[in-house]
Design a protein around this ligand. Sequence first.
Ligand code: BGC
Ligand code: CA
Length: 354
Amino acid sequence: MNRVKKGALFLVTLSFLLGLTSCGNKINEETKEIKIGVTLYKGNDTFINDIRKEIEALVKNKEEAEVCKITIDFVDANGSVINQGNQIDRFISREYDVICVNLVDRTAAATIIDKAKDADIPLVFFNREPVEEDMNRWNKLYYVGAQAEQSARMQGNIVIKAFETDKSAVDKNGDGKLQYVILEGELGHQDAAIRTEYCVKSVMERGFELERLADESANWQSDQGNEKMTNWIKEFGNSIEVVFSNNDEMALGAVYALKTAQVPKEHWPVVVGVDGINEALEAVKDGTMEGTVLSDTQVQATNIVNIAYALAIGQSLEEVSPIRNGKYVLVPHKEITKENIDDFIKRPKIKEIK
Ligand code: BGC
Ligand code: CA
């Protein structure tokens, strides 16, 4: 037997002894099925649905590129903590390798964590971040999300740029202040709280004056955004100069309200969102929204899949993801305005991930 063959035999034996599978390292031909369960807080949330689609595409690519079979099952908790608890129980009793959790209630992860810990099944949380105390309950907990403060600062920057480019088009009453309203996401969501705080703070820090007209939660939803904005248009007339929205859905709701109220172009406020969903990109293109901030679902999904997969096959996580403090992946954002909109509308789909 030559040295190469001996080496190969040694590796096969070693991987067998260590219980490694063929998945990911292709050392032997034996295949193993990996089971990943994903529970979504609400399947009809546009942004979450985008993440889901990206995850599905990535898993398909990964499966084609690797030797092993990956079963990925999505379930929708439909906003119910009880549903989500039952879904986790089922994943555990069916011995899934990893469970990815988009929490219904981000402040109540302890029960889920304790069950997973008992069964020794790692959890990858995403988009709805458990509180730190809960993240410290076990060492097999991970979180993939976005850098909320950065997204808010970018919104602020888009508003400042618009103002500096054409002062009278933004400060319509010429009083030197920007009269604004905020459409907040769901109360208690980390992204909503942080985006609300920093969109305003970041503009003030750069020396601009702002005046708050109104600030309400529209729960991430466009119909509620529309409703709030319709009331504000009635209340404040043309004095709304800026609409900060914690996400695109609500910003689109505000745009719909402005259209319905037939607000003319010269009174149209600067509307900014976050996420970069398709409809918002169209709105940036046609000028009804000044801009949005991309919360990259493709990169977030890539990290979720890579971490889940690595955990399932026992691969080191440092190799696959830029993990902070052994637990967190916080994906950076990008500003989107009319200037660079075409780069995003024509964005290529995922081809392959390593
Ligand atoms: C997104 C929202 C989404 C929410 C769901 C946020 O990060 O910006 O669009 O509805 O997550 O948890
Ligand atoms: Ca003004």
